[in-house]
Design a protein around this ligand. Structure first.
Ligand code: ARG
Length: 280
């Protein structure tokens, strides 16, 4: 009997020693989340990286609040919109506070995993972006449209865009399409779509290539001056919005996906669509 107790005591102390080592290891990671995430890649990596990232109880979210109805500045000057409501709900499900940082769209992906934890910005899943971030599940289907002056009869399809001056937001898929798919276009890149739309109204660009839902909002705000051409006559492909997460942080992606699917199956997602997007 005594011997058994001795063995039990030995096992217990071994467990304590090993436990202490493990704890010391993870507290190092807390000081340097990025270094920690890489250094622990042999053992339980993403688990450790993910818990470090949310350890302070805050999910820091980057957006670019110039893209209604997905994100815009509300009356109080802080970011609001479908994406903002969605990520706050996701934060609620995960049990963390959500802090939104408004920044340039073009710097969002590079900031994921350092300045911000994730980015939500009507951001299309794109192979180029997937080189530096991991995306959550898709939450919205989109496609590019073309905004032109209400009295424009010349631009009707892809080939009639050739050689035209096209406004886009810098670094967007609209930018990519205008640059790569339209022949000889002069592409003017703006820091926001509202600036591109202003220049379209001033006659400084011939067209703006923009995602359909925001395109409908801008056209709706300027019915006298602008009209929106649907995707039918242009070679645009379907796009899917998702949340950009730090590369390799599979645990964080899994938690976001679980929250997203809960929000979708509970009907809360459709309520947000009704509230922020509706039928336009
Ligand atoms: N869907 C397009 C893209 O991913 C445009 C997104 C622009 N978003 C914004 N918040 N300004 O490139």
């Amino acid at each position: 009997m005594k011997k058994l107790w001795k063995i039990a005591a030995l096992v217990l102390s071994l467990v304590l020693v090993v436990g202490c080592f493990a704890a010391c290891g993870s507290s190092d990671d807390v000081d340097e989340p990025d270094a920690g995430a890489e250094a622990t890649s042999e053992a339980g990596t993403t688990e450790a990286a993910e818990s470090d990232r949310l350890a302070d109880g805050v999910l820091t979210v980057g957006t670019n609040a110039t893209f209604p109805p997905f994100e815009y500045l509300g009356d109080d000057g802080t970011p609001d919109g479908f994406d903002i409501a969605l990520i706050k709900l996701i934060g609620e499900k995960i049990g963390v506070e959500v802090e939104v940082v408004d920044m340039e769209f073009d710097s969002l992906c590079a900031s994921v995993g350092n300045r911000i934890d994730v980015a939500i910005a009507g951001m299309t899943v794109d192979p180029e972006r997937e080189k530096t971030v991991d995306f959550s599940d898709n939450y919205y289907k989109a496609i590019q449209n073309v905004l032109v002056a209400a009295d424009n009869t010349e631009i009707t399809d892809m080939s009639s865009l050739a050689g035209k001056t096209i406004g886009v937001q810098l670094g967007t898929t609209g930018d990519k399409v205008a640059t790569e798919a339209v022949e000889n276009a002069e592409v003017k890149q703006y820091t926001s779509y509202s600036l591109a739309v202003e220049d379209l109204k001033n006659g400084n660009v011939d067209a703006v290539i923009i995602d359909q839902t925001p395109g409908e909002i801008f056209a709706g705000q300027n019915t006298e001056e602008l009209k929106l051409l649907g995707a039918e006559n242009f070679d645009f492909e379907d796009e899917y919005y998702a949340i950009a997460c730090p590369e390799g942080d599979t645990a964080l992606v899994a938690r976001i996906n679980a929250a997203l699917s809960e929000i979708q199956s509970s009907g809360e997602f459709d309520m947000l669509v009704d509230e922020y997007i509706g039928n336009n």
